[in-house]
Design a protein around this ligand. Structure first.
Ligand SMILES: [Zn+2]
Length: 246
């Protein structure tokens, strides 16, 4: 494809000029591409910077990705920066990085033809996400997951879907536990959200509230000053805390 300028709000190149050379394509298309390839203005070489605060989880070399860095953010989503120049990487694994911090220099290492940055985003289960909304500031690595969670909850409960929880949403909430509404639509979203919050005991979001679900709910309740009973209800205030209404 031809080079296309993108007016990013959240840069990953220090000079702030991002030109797209290869777009993100999801599975099912002829050739999938799990990130976006970018170059600087007039093919200039630029420093690669962190899109948001986070913790470096990978800073290494692979024959395909070249020298690359992966950062885990507050919502457990991961941003990835590939093909950086040899010996240019400035961050180490487990290091906390700030938004805008230089990670290294654009390069041509690994499976790459020509100096560029391959920027990619994946969710907490390493499923690739379209990076564009993150670059445009339409989605971010802090709060957007909450909004998505709220919308899914509202949809599942038949409440008004606006991503903003309030009394109306709360009034539609139901009790969820191993014995009550254990297969309700809402369970899958609760599982996903608790996982994202770090309650990983819950495991895969299979839509069924089983023993692992109870463990994660109890841990969430413990951390948030709720009655620790593994049951999500309005009465024990777990719903209120989950919806940030308290
Ligand atoms: Zn690429």
């Amino acid at each position: 494809m031809s080079v296309k300028f993108i007016d990013v709000k959240e840069p990953v190149l220090k000079k702030g000029k991002h030109y797209l050379t290869s777009d993100y394509k999801t599975r099912g298309t002829r050739k999938s591409h799990n990130g976006m390839d970018m170059i600087g203005e007039n093919h200039s070489i630029d420093d690669v910077i962190a899109i948001d605060d986070g913790k470096v989880i990978t800073s290494t070399y692979s024959s395909s990705a070249g020298y690359y860095v992966e950062i885990k953010h507050a919502n457990n989503y991961i941003s990835r920066y590939l093909h950086m120049k040899k010996n240019s990487i400035k961050v180490k694994k487990n290091e906390n990085v700030k938004k805008g911090q230089v990670l290294g220099r654009m390069g041509n290492t690994g499976d790459s033809n020509g100096t560029h940055l391959h920027f990619a985003v994946s969710d907490n289960k390493k499923t690739p996400q379209d990076p564009l909304p993150y670059l445009l500031g339409e989605k971010n690595f802090k709060s957007d997951y909450f909004k998505e969670f709220v919308k899914n909850i509202q949809k599942s409960l038949g409440a008004k879907v606006d991503g903003i929880p309030g009394k109306e949403t709360l009034s539609k909430t139901i009790t969820v536990s191993e014995t009550t509404n254990r297969k309700h639509k809402v369970v899958k979203y609760l599982q996903e959200y608790l996982y994202v919050l770090g309650y990983t005991e819950i495991g895969k979001a299979d839509g069924i509230a089983g023993p692992k679900f109870t463990v994660s709910v109890k841990n969430f309740q413990k951390d948030n000053g709720c009655v620790v009973d593994g049951v999500i209800t309005k009465q024990n205030k777990t719903w209120k805390v989950l919806l940030k209404l308290i």
